[in-house]
Ligand binder design. Structure first.
Ligand SMILES: [Zn+2]
Length: 234
């Protein structure tokens, strides 16, 4: 047995590596997520559906011309997916995003989508939140997707900005949305004429991704698509 393997087995005895989805010890060769979990994750397989049959794409109908809307997993409370997202967002486990992104990117590439997107951009965090957390969880996933798809990725293409627009003429819901989703394109030259894939960790109402897509189209992006790690059923 080569020395590094013996050493890593020895380290594993003292600090057992556990699966970030189910907490069971990992076998040698398993990377952050065990084989059993990988086989049993609740995949949406939306990329195998025709666009007009994709329930996620349907949510954007009549709002924005979103070319593709993909989500890797179904969000389930108290299940593996919630656990993985918690690890990614609150436990510093950026590897969760990178690994899921790489797996998903490889799957999308195999499904014939490898040359579809020109640029992958994450939904940005507010600068204050980024400073607190130290990383953007959506960007971890974006990086993984970029690797799996073999596509360029740009973390700083979008920026979340402070909302300075007047709130007085809006109703309560509009005000809330306006506060929550204010973005601008920081690098218009990067997105002009491009098919941009906008990436986030979870899709709930879709308002955040919609706002990002809207500013990208306004800045001259040719097409926009979205991809998230998980989506919550409505
Ligand atoms: Zn597991």
């Amino acid at each position: 047995m080569p020395l590094p393997t013996i050493l890593s087995d020895f380290v594993g005895l003292i600090f057992p590596r556990v699966c970030l989805a189910c907490q069971d010890p990992l076998a040698r060769g398993e990377d952050h997520i065990c084989t059993g979990c990988r086989a049993q994750l609740p995949y949406t397989d939306y990329h195998h559906l025709l666009p007009d049959q994709n329930p996620l794409a349907r949510r954007f109908w009549g709002k924005l011309p979103v070319q593709h809307a993909f989500s890797y997993l179904r969000f389930q409370k108290h299940g593996r997916v919630q656990h993985l997202l918690h690890q990614l967002k609150y436990q510093g486990q950026q590897d969760v995003g990178r690994i899921l992104g790489r797996w998903y990117g490889e799957e999308l590439a195999e499904a014939g989508l490898q040359a579809t997107f020109d640029l992958i951009v994450p939904v940005p965090l507010h600068a204050r939140k980024l400073a607190q957390r130290g990383y953007n969880q959506a960007d971890s996933f974006a990086k993984g997707l970029a690797t799996g798809l073999g596509c360029p990725w740009q973390a700083e293409a979008l920026r979340r900005v402070a909302n300075t627009k007047s709130q007085t003429r809006k109703n309560r819901l509009q005000r809330w949305e306006n506060v929550e989703t204010v973005f601008e394109v920081a690098e218009p030259d990067l997105v002009r004429g491009q098919h941009v894939l906008v990436v986030d960790d979870v899709l709930t109402t879709g308002a955040t991704l919609e706002a990002c897509c809207a500013v990208l189209l306004a800045a001259g992006a040719r097409e926009v698509s979205i991809a998230t790690i998980a989506t919550a059923d409505r």
